[in-house]
Design a protein around this ligand. Sequence first.
Ligand SMILES: [Zn+2]
Length: 312
Amino acid sequence: MTTLSCMPVKDALSAAVKQGMLTLGQYRRTLARTTLPGVAVLGYHGLRADDLPADSMAFENLHVRASTFDAHCRVVRECCDPITLDDWRLAAAGRRPLPPRPVLITFDDGYRSVARIGAPILAAHQLPAVVFVCSDPILRRRLLWFDAVAARDGEAAVERWKACDYDSWSAACADAAAVDDDDPRASMTVDEVIALSRSGHIEIGGHTSRHPILARASREQQREEIAGNCEAIQSWTGRTVRAFAYPNGRPGVDYDDTTIGLLAELGIDAAFTMRPSFALPGERALERSRFLMVDAVSGAELAHRLAHTWPR
Ligand SMILES: [Zn+2]
């Protein structure tokens, strides 16, 4: 993703120097004088135990180590102003302004590691989050299709399937292999979705039933994937789904105007892309920007990006 490039200051500072600056409180002092241009929405996927051996799973960098995530949470808590989506809704309605350094933590896909590893870390730092889940793997105890394809044919094969039309993809990939609940790639259980929703700090959002590339699907297929997902989540949590994250999330590539229209019809009031930017005040509420978060970003690196290098 492009967030990992174009960082002129980054090259001038070693990771050790950044860690020293974090330890000495330099980023905290800099950010205390800073007003961010919009909300820094952090887009996570899975998490993993620190002692999970390297190369245990595909797309490993998207599964952030527990200690890395804890370091991120410390930066968000100590240097920024964590917000909920409801805080953002109130601000958008003109009822209460956002704080100067708003950060929103999000997770895509519905990995069980978010409930098992992430929720306790979030709670320890008193941080809210939004978790966007795919309902089919949760209900049927299946791998997400891209994890199944990557395990079988390699990560490059996943990119090839993303370019295929919905019918071909559905026939070949959508019915993924069963997965053990203890597998680090497992989706959370229905009970875990319910527990997160009832925790008071976590909003559950939609991410489609099966994680297709929506732009490759017909309107009716898109509607089935989105509405079916929202209905499943609502039946579990008893709460209306109001937030959504586009699978793969590239504006103009992975979803289209049909998708946005369907979300509006279904009552979604906040939808998130993977456009790497602060979510600026003038942005459409159904196409919010996010920064992709990966394990290679240390706590100090996150602080450095917030304070200096994310474009503003
Ligand atoms: Zn996803």
